[in-house]
Design a protein around this ligand. Structure first.
Ligand code: ATP
Length: 527
């Protein structure tokens, strides 16, 4: 293994390994695992620390390449995490593609022709303003420093000052006056939370796209980007899909896929990652009808989040103060994380900006002939764009429950993950009470009968109490205990995760009982 031409192992031998790494990474893309988690936990938020530890300890989320101390803002999903995320994505896909006759799917490549990103505006303007503190060497997003300051002012009852600060920021950013933004930070008295000084560098625009090279011969190789959003794969395929699936406007194209952003500050666990997954739908409409469709999708998407079991009071709309270059209306759906209300999904009225730009640069017509009005036009677009990882984090935060159970000397804390059963990574655990008397054989038979329908766990070691606890910690809605009575009357006990109540059920009814609760249809009924 080597970085450049230098072998890491050579350095390790000379005991300068740590220093070498520190030098090499200068702005620390590699940080120690401890730091990684401390950073994630250190977001002035109580509660989030337990959730992040829980996610790691019980097989939901691990830092990427952990044995090398992790890679900042890159994470891997463990055995239960991957199931939860798969269920979440499946639910989104079905709600979009299955429930809507006029929405179809697509799976476009991560690599796209470089001109795609010129047309979309990403080459020229997909950047964030960054600023460093010279004393702590910590890097910040200038706009986030100002937004946080405005939030503090608002909390102190100085709403007018907060509004003015945000207005000034928007004006300076629009004018690309970076010196003005720096001065605003200084004038607002913003200091670095680490060094406590206002010794700031200039503000610079930092493009968030990752680039690499395609082609094996260095001279012929050309620069190419890892897509920063999945939407452009949909736009460039607009006519392919419209023609081959014989779609009529209004119609939508849905896609789930990886996106990559070299985020300046990425330290809120899986909230802000450098490699993440988006679930996006672009809905193509007649020009002039955008506001009614924008309202339509806003309501549909909010309902979807509620149907997952997120309480109404933990969700809200937040209209964008500053619209992106392509939008004429934009709103975020925000969820109340332990560190405040934050965006989990964006709904944007993107006008005809993307299709027009691609039409211009590619010199290929991207028009639709509308038979009902006998006219050709470039459709307008409403986009719904959700982050699978952020929604996953939302589910973890919403589902993480700590309650006190028992009384007196028996009182103890019970932790469980209250996911909607349709989302739970494991639907049921089959637990023979003891590892003898033929109970494991019955358990194994139940497992074999149900394994084609549900994701199950079979466990016959340790006390039943410990096994229940273990299932609570990964959010399994049903524990099925096989006991001696099972041998007599072919019934088992079902223990329900949320209430801990137990009921006796016939083995032959198990499939129906579980199916009723874990079916995606349960969620769809709410939509
Ligand atoms: P933010 O303002 O938080 O950077 P954004 O407005 O740039 O987000 P969009 O470009 O609208 O986000 O992307 C749509 C969705 O993709 C977001 O609502 C979020 O759920 C998800 N997303 C965006 N950036 C990231 C990221 N770095 N890590 C994880 N999810 C992300």
């Amino acid at each position: 293994m080597s970085i450049g031409s230098i072998s890491i192992f050579t350095y390790k031998k000379h005991k300068k390994f740590e220093l070498f790494i520190q030098d090499y990474v200068q702005r620390s893309i590699v940080i120690s695992l401890q730091e990684l988690f401390l950073e994630a936990m250190n977001e002035q938020n109580f509660g989030i620390k337990e959730i992040i530890s829980h996610a790691k300890e019980y097989g939901f989320v691990y830092p990427s390449s952990e044995i090398y101390d992790g890679l900042q803002a890159v994470y891997d999903y463990g055995p239960y995490g991957v199931e939860l995320k798969k269920n979440l994505k499946e639910l989104w896909w079905q709600a979009m593609v299955k429930l809507n006759r006029n929405v179809v799917g697509l799976d476009a490549s991560i690599f796209m022709h470089p001109l795609t990103w010129k047309a979309s505006g990403h080459v020229d303007s997909f950047s964030d303003p960054m600023i460093d503190n010279k004393d702590s060497n910590k890097r910040y997003r200038a706009d986030i420093l100002l937004e946080d300051k405005a939030a503090t002012l608002a909390e102190e009852g100085k709403q007018a000052d907060a509004d003015n600060l945000l207005k000034d920021m928007a004006r300076l950013l629009d004018a690309e006056d970076m010196e003005g933004v720096r001065q605003l930070i200084i004038d607002a008295g913003i200091i670095c939370p680490i060094s406590k000084t206002s010794n700031w560098t200039d503000v610079r625009q930092f493009n968030l796209m990752f680039s690499t090279q395609i082609g094996s011969v260095a001279d012929d190789a050309s620069d190419i980007y890892l897509r920063p959003e999945t939407a452009q794969g949909i736009f460039v395929n607009f006519l392919n899909v419209q023609k081959t699936a014989r779609m009529k406007v209004p119609f939508g194209i849905a896609q789930i896929g990886k996106a990559f952003r070299n985020e300046i500050v990425a330290r809120q666990f899986i909230f802000r990652m450098r490699e993440f997954e988006q679930m996006e739908m672009q809905f193509f409409i007649r020009p002039g009808e955008e506001m009614q469709w924008y309202e339509h999708w806003k309501q549909i998407r909010l309902k979807w989040h509620k149907a997952l079991g997120i309480p109404e009071e933990s969700l809200k709309f937040h209209d964008h103060d500053k619209l992106a270059h392509y939008a004429n209306a934009a709103v975020d759906i925000e969820y109340k994380f332990p560190f405040g209300f934050k965006e989990v999904e964006g709904i944007h009225s993107r006008t005809d900006f993307d299709l027009m730009s691609h039409q211009k640069l590619s010199r290929k017509k991207l028009q639709y002939f509308d038979p009902t009005i006998n006219k050709n036009y470039v459709p307008y677009v409403i986009e719904t764009s959700a982050g699978a990882d952020r929604l996953f984090f939302m589910l973890l935060c919403n589902g993480y429950k700590q309650v006190t159970v028992g009384e007196g000397d028996d009182e103890k804390q019970r932790t469980f993950l209250k996911f909607h059963p349709a989302l739970s990574p494991v639907k049921a655990a089959i637990l023979p009470l003891v590892k003898k008397d033929g109970l494991p054989e019955i358990g194994q038979k139940i497992y074999d009968d149900l394994k084609f329908d549900f994701n199950l766990i079979y466990e016959d070691a340790q006390s039943i109490g410990k096994r229940y606890t273990r299932q609570d910690l990964i959010g399994t809605p049903f524990c099925i205990a096989v006991d001696h009575q099972t041998k007599e009357d072919e019934t088992v006990t079902i223990r329900h995760r949320d209430t801990m109540e137990q009921e006796r059920v016939k083995i032959t009814d198990l499939k129906e009982v579980i199916e009723k609760e874990v079916s995606i249809k349960n969620i769809f009924r709410e939509l």
